[in-house]
Unconditional design. Sequence first.
Length: 357
Amino acid sequence: MPTTPQPRPNVLAIPTYVAGKPPAPRPGLTPYKLSSNENPYPPLPGVVEAATEAAAVMNRYPDMGSTALYAALAETLGVPVEDLAAATGSVALIYQLVNAFCEPGDEVVYAWRSFEAYPIAVTAGGARSVQVPLTADGRHDLDAMADAVTDRTRVVIVCTPNNPTGPAVSQADLDAFIAKVPSHVVVVVDEAYLEFVRMDDAIDGVATYRQHRNVVLTRTFSKAYGLAGFRVGYAVAPAPLAGALRAVSLPFGVSHVAQAAAIASLAAKDELLARVEDLVARRTDLVTRLGEVGWDLPEAQGNFVWFPLGDAATDFAAACGEVGISVRPFAGDGVRVSIGEAEAFDRVVEVAARFAP
Ligand SMILES: *Cc1c(COP(=O)(O)O)cnc(C)c1O
């Protein structure tokens, strides 16, 4: 017997989450943080007021059932409340999916590179990651992912648009993929960036989940809605699956302030759409300018662009840091730059020009 407490072996194997860093100050330069896909806008109208009011009752536990939030989401999405599961960010839902559906050693299939929380949540839950390489242009290889499903597979995750590379899956490709996955396997469609998608045959997540008994949509208030600091996400899934996700959730996880802010954000739909439209326009502008300096990037459908820099990734990030901009490097692979303040773009383009392929 060891003489000190030992965590389960999988706990020691959990990769560390590398959070986007704030920019280091540079004399004479306004710093910009483009490293975490955050929304550069302040909270939507009415949100600070709703959250402030909610903060006044912080001596009370929040509504554990997030009743008002579920009602607002059900109304907005046109789905029954039993088909919803709110959580402390959609990251928490990935943990809950593994906890609810995987026995130790069961397999979770997802594309790689993709969202870095996936391997962390899968390993923490004692399951096994099966990572299927992206295509050369940063897309999911859905055929290879379907082929990677085995008897041990319990969950497959489709991240669309894919963080950090940017391309989104089409409805036709998603439909074909779901048709190939056995119906006892949970198909998670991680739609963290759905509001930013502008393509033909874009996914209609709600219509898709309605057609299947094994499809779970995960969504978040962190990106388009700009509530990253408050930690609210939700799943839309057939009632038995949503119920399982609620059953393994942390009691009272979503704070009263976060619930109030999310509800107020849903009410500001027009302002939300206007902001998203503006961020999409900034994305188009940045992609055009990067094209002019020699970059043919993977299709950017989220609020970020991806530079497939390989070994130059850390140098590129350091060069951005020199001019007061923090970006998110993935060593040996590439750099993700968030669509934040347009004032930062001149500097991004200038650095990108120096590193053009
Ligand atoms: C940001 C992100 C999320 C959501 O994060 P939360 O802040 O936990 O809601 C989920 N999936 C992907 C792919 C993301 O990039």
